[in-house]
Design a protein around this ligand. Structure first.
Ligand code: ZN
Length: 350
């Protein structure tokens, strides 16, 4: 991950070195938080994402109540909430075992009368203890992106403190602090979502569909779109794009048979929107052409017709390998349309 704040990175590295040495005998686990996230970590990334979203909603829900309190009561109420109720119902993850920690500025250890002698950069910097706990939590994480998400959370606090200055930051009302916490979780959530989608991008993500249109002449279609282009937008929306192909097979009934054009291919494209938990999938044809078909009927000549290729309707699936859904429409004579859309990733190709 690129360093957004070179100065902080230097401190992180220094403290990480010191902390690694200090904590080595205690840790002894297989995690050191530096391993790149891969397919087997998707479930853990999603659990971390759900936890961060739950915490974000929890703080959001406190703002109005805190706003009605005086500064001192709001400060105490927020602290109590953060240490207790906010964390109820969180899922167990590797990182969550290290417990709650949050941004602590160096200014907290400096006497208020002396604040003016220090710059906001210095006062707002993470205290050595906070830094150590952050790195401890990052190392306990299953893989690197989870630790990066924690750092992004702390950096958001840090950046906000520097932007408004240490004194106003310190004096912030509990309701504003809760609102700032919502933003910090927002930063964390974005890193986790990006990590998930980047992982999909290099994990052979694809959507397949197969459908059958019957009740007379029959059209069977099988298609696949590989999602390997990832785009993220400023509003936090994440989109994967892909291209692929569908193959249609047309079969006639009632004494006629297709003499040419029975099998045709159709270029497809697709979009996959995701928030890291659910995937909205759209597959569409990129050339709306009729496929000509010639046929011969027993005893009374033949002719020409044409058929349009098929693409499935938009579907929403959980972002999980093998997630699938069916669609269909019943038609006359036991016919109609039956199809299935399946999301796959982290499988070898072919
Ligand atoms: Zn925070």
């Amino acid at each position: 991950m690129l360093a957004r704040n070179p100065k902080l990175t230097v401190i992180v590295v220094l403290v990480a070195v010191v902390a690694t040495v200090a904590l080595m005998p205690v840790a002894g686990a297989q995690n050191d938080g530096s391993r790149a996230c891969s397919c087997e970590d998707i479930g853990e990334l999603q659990a971390e994402l759900r936890n961060a979203q739950r915490l974000q909603r929890a703080f959001q829900a406190q703002i109005a109540e805190l706003r009605r309190m005086g500064p001192e009561s709001a400060r105490i109420a927020l602290q109590q909430f953060a240490n207790g109720p906010a964390r109820q119902g969180l899922e167990q993850t590797d990182g969550s075992r290290t417990g709650e920690f949050d941004y602590g500025a160096r200014g907290e250890a400096i006497d208020e009368q002396n604040w003016d002698r220090h710059g906001a950069d210095e006062l707002c910097a993470l205290s050595a203890e906070s830094m150590q706990r952050l790195e401890q939590a990052a190392r306990a994480s299953r893989c690197a992106d989870i630790g990066e998400a924690l750092r992004a959370h702390e950096e958001r606090h840090h950046a906000f403190c520097r932007a408004i200055g240490y004194r106003p930051y310190h004096a912030m009302h509990g309701a504003d602090r809760a609102a700032e916490e919502v933003e910090a979780y927002g930063a964390q959530i974005q890193v986790l979502r990006h990590a998930l989608v980047r992982l999909l991008e290099r994990s052979n993500a694809r959507v397949t569909f197969s459908e059958q249109l019957g009740g007379g002449d029959e059209l069977r279609t099988e298609g696949e779109v590989a999602f390997n282009h990832y785009a993220a937008y400023e509003n936090g929306e994440m989109l994967m794009r892909g291209v692929g192909q569908a193959t249609g097979r047309y079969r006639m009934v009632g004494g006629c048979s297709v003499t040419s054009g029975a099998e045709f291919t159709e270029p497809l494209a697709g979009n996959l929107h995701t928030d890291g938990e659910m995937a909205e999938i759209t597959l569409y044809q990129t050339s709306m052409v009729d496929h000509p078909i010639t046929f011969q009927c027993f005893g009374h000549g033949g002719g020409q017709t044409s058929v349009l290729g098929a693409a499935p309707p938009n579907v929403t699936l959980p972002l999980r390998d093998g997630a699938s859904t069916t669609y269909g429409l019943s038609g006359p004579r036991g016919g109609g349309l039956q199809g299935r859309v399946t999301l796959e990733f982290c499988r070898s190709s072919g």
